[in-house]
Design a protein around this ligand. Sequence first.
Ligand SMILES: Nc1ncnc2c1ncn2[C@@H]1O[C@H](COP(=O)(O)OP(=O)(O)OP(=O)(O)O)[C@@H](O)[C@H]1O
Ligand SMILES: Nc1ncnc2c1ncn2[C@@H]1O[C@H](COP(=O)(O)OP(=O)(O)OP(=O)(O)O)[C@@H](O)[C@H]1O
Ligand SMILES: [Mg+2]
Ligand SMILES: [Mg+2]
Lengths: 254, 254
Amino acid sequence: MTRIISIANQKGGVGKTTTAINLASLLAAAEKKTLLIDIDPQSNSSSGLSIFKHNPSIYDVLIGQEDIKNVIIESYMPYLDLLPSNINLVGAEIEMVELQSRETILKNSLSAIYERYQYIIVDCPPSLGLLTLNALTASTSVLIPVQCEYFALEGLGQLLNTIKIVRQYFNQELLIEGVLLTMFDTRLRLSHQVAEEVRKYFGDKVFKTVINRNVRISEAPSYGKPIILYDATSSGAINYMAFTTELLERNSKP
Amino acid sequence: MTRIISIANQKGGVGKTTTAINLASLLAAAEKKTLLIDIDPQSNSSSGLSIFKHNPSIYDVLIGQEDIKNVIIESYMPYLDLLPSNINLVGAEIEMVELQSRETILKNSLSAIYERYQYIIVDCPPSLGLLTLNALTASTSVLIPVQCEYFALEGLGQLLNTIKIVRQYFNQELLIEGVLLTMFDTRLRLSHQVAEEVRKYFGDKVFKTVINRNVRISEAPSYGKPIILYDATSSGAINYMAFTTELLERNSKP
Ligand SMILES: Nc1ncnc2c1ncn2[C@@H]1O[C@H](COP(=O)(O)OP(=O)(O)OP(=O)(O)O)[C@@H](O)[C@H]1O
Ligand SMILES: Nc1ncnc2c1ncn2[C@@H]1O[C@H](COP(=O)(O)OP(=O)(O)OP(=O)(O)O)[C@@H](O)[C@H]1O
Ligand SMILES: [Mg+2]
Ligand SMILES: [Mg+2]
């Protein structure tokens, strides 16, 4: 059973792309056949794997110009494929508004190929528009990264509301994979306060693993590599490895 | 002559809201009649000034249900008013697509009241959709916060492209107010590298003042206050005061 996990949160800069790249690359390292889908016009997941301005891209799939099979490419890691994004995706939301069943375009495209993969990870943009709706409609679950900062708390209610709407109208089976605390700074009172609030709000949906703030994580994309290839001994790599193990364990329970 | 400055960058979490709140409050502290417009559904600028889920909001203005005069409210600071946002703005972009001259709705609404203010600051969402287009079309200039991290560099080309398109079709006079480096960490090589790249790319459009990473800045919104009221002695307050002074000086030259 293929698990399709969207990484979503409309708050900007909370670690969606960082989590998508590092989770996908660690699942691949665990020899799980994995596809990373970049549905953000910023294309940060693509460039984080050294793929720049690739054509064709997910844009061509969403507007019906290309078959998804012709767009997916292999990454430089075994077991990891990528459906790359491109900046022309910026205009897609307005173009898709007039299409039939505009919320299910990605889901329909994936039906032809999803069985090739054990995990499909979708990196979403910082908004709740048609691109994120397409990702949530196509997914089996949604992973919510929450930065340990005050503003990150504010948007969670709206995100849960959107997930409820998607479940009601487009995808009854959508589950919450969990909530991942990111950029936690053990020295800051604010980090501890936000983490406590999130655990109060989400209970055991919050992953036990917390991703600490670690400069090696923010350096890795400038080398076009996930943290496991850039610096496997860093605390960032250790955190993401523990998180991936925890996610795999949660998914192996009956 | 009223200066209308959009704070825009589609990259998430780069310090748009933080800059909007702190610039607007320091302009008010300098006794410049200032209006802060929150056109982001996340409503972080509103909550950063202790205004929560306010009705009516900018949503009602953009869909034509309310006159802007009935929506603007006074903040708790003299010389500072707010046009608050509300989460129902999430659906506005799709609702506005079918409206006539959808890009100039904000500009037209402002024509009745802008002369009451010397500065109008617009906090934009992390995307280049209709909300940001409305802000750019209504503005005299755009201020671009750039976080000193790798991914923040990637989106700059697209943002400049969008500004060029707005200038061509909707607003010939739109200028670039400048580029502000944010969350600079003096200890990190990455911060210095990104700052150097940005200065190479933008030259003297880059403000000399750099905003350093400072935890007091990220604590202030949880008290619903700008940094000047939360901790006026912090390095964050000092940085934003220097930046506001630099901006005022740039605007006073003939
Ligand atoms: N644990 C961490 N420690 C240090 N830096 C981090 C960490 N996680 C992410 N970052 C950095 O923080 C910035 C924001 O992260 P990222 O781009 O992954 O967030 P995002 O949610 O995908 O942003 P957007 O909303 O723009 O898509 C990036 O520069 C990234 O390198
Ligand atoms: N100089 C700084 N030092 C420390 N923290 C900062 C600084 N500037 C901003 N922050 C914090 O970083 C986070 C992101 O900043 P902010 O929310 O202002 O960015 P944004 O660009 O408005 O995000 P979005 O794209 O979601 O609208 C916030 O939690 C904020 O408190
Ligand atoms: Mg991202
Ligand atoms: Mg913001």
